[in-house]
Design a protein around this ligand. Structure first.
Ligand SMILES: Cc1cc2nc3c(=O)[nH]c(=O)nc-3n(C[C@H](O)[C@H](O)[C@H](O)COP(=O)(O)OP(=O)(O)OC[C@H]3O[C@@H](n4cnc5c(N)ncnc54)[C@H](O)[C@@H]3O)c2cc1C
Length: 282
């Protein structure tokens, strides 16, 4: 198992912003994951997937990076295709599998750099589906034990689940086949993403959650923040709700711009924007 001291956290996030992390551990299997968790659970512990939704300042604590814990098991059942994927499996691997197997709807989650654990923890979603539409159950750590919870007993809602401080080990997915041309449908979604989102820039996706019956991007655009830059951080010209790191943005710059956005939207529309991204600093 690899452990690293004094890590540059920007290397572990897609937006490439971040200070120094004191300690990062990369468990490679269930046993290592559980042991690392038990040992460090009281040491300011944070679990990191692909870092596509996290923006770090400095972090004095222990980061468990799930990257090397990635195993997929597949079985055919009467209900459909059952997939057990560990936390560090890239979501794109499951998308690929679902396209190969001509599975309905899962392809809509194509195009963002999540891990299975991160996508479940966030209840990631796009184009009218969310990951919990495909979840049958989740294995996670509770009171030092690995427990399984079926979906019906799990709390999840829009971009939020009960797993905020509970380490997810595996997701169990149920995939149902379809007669549709899934490959073509997946390509179309991918194309749409490329046209509407700055995928070739350092970003962490949507900065704010969409308020009820509204769109954060629309509100940000309405207050003139689409394309607005503060030092090296700015809201994308292509998608107003995506922050872009234009070069060497700092955590403080990110916080400053987020505050400006919240203030302006509140002043103009009396709406309190809530971050979808996780701002992590100690
Ligand atoms: C270009 C781009 C486009 C995006 N588009 C979308 C989109 O369409 N829809 C969408 O929902 N999101 C989108 N995102 C955001 C992001 O990709 C998702 O939230 C994703 O699910 C985060 O996964 P991750 O592995 O990167 O998690 P991380 O960013 O590493 O972590 C996110 C949160 O999950 C927790 N976490 C991670 N792994 C575990 C685990 N094993 N157990 C418990 N908690 C864990 C972390 O502690 C953190 O709180 C986009 C991001 C980018 C960069």
């Amino acid at each position: 198992m690899i452990t690293k001291k004094t890590v540059e956290l920007k290397e572990f996030t897609t937006i490439k912003v971040g200070g120094v992390g004191s300690y990062m551990i990369f468990p490679e299997n269930e046993e290592e994951f559980l042991n690392v968790y038990k040992k460090h659970k009281d040491d300011n512990l944070y679990i990191l997937g692909k870092g596509s939704n996290v923006i770090f300042g400095d972090f004095d604590g222990v980061l468990i990076n799930t990257k090397h814990f990635n195993d997929v098991k597949i079985s055919e059942t009467k209900e459909g295709i059952l997939v057990k994927a560990s936390a560090g499996v890239p979501l794109k691997d499951l998308i690929k599998l679902s396209v190969e197997q001509n599975v309905d709807e899962f392809y809509k989650l194509i195009g963002f750099p999540a891990s299975v654990g991160g996508a479940i923890a966030m209840n990631a979603g796009a184009y009218g589906v969310e990951i919990f539409d495909f979840i049958k159950g989740v294995w996670f750590v509770e009171e030092d034990e690995i427990v399984y919870k079926p979906k019906e007993e799990i709390f999840y809602t829009y971009r939020k689940t009960e797993f905020e401080n509970k380490p997810i080990l595996y997701g169990e997915f149920l995939f149902k086949k379809t007669q549709k041309d899934v490959k073509a449908l997946a390509q179309a979604i991918n194309q749409k993403r490329m046209e509407t989102q700055p995928l070739n820039m350092p970003t962490s996706g949507s900065t704010f959650k969409n308020p009820k019956n509204n769109f954060a991007g629309k509100l940000l655009e309405a207050v003139g923040l689409k394309g607005y830059k503060l030092k090296d951080i700015g809201f994308s010209q292509k998608h107003a709700n995506f922050l872009i790191n234009y070069k060497n943005a700092s955590f403080q710059d990110v916080l400053a711009l987020i505050n400006i956005a919240k203030e302006q939207v509140y002043k103009a529309f009396n709406i309190k924007l809530e971050e979808e991204i996780k701002l992590v600093c100690t």
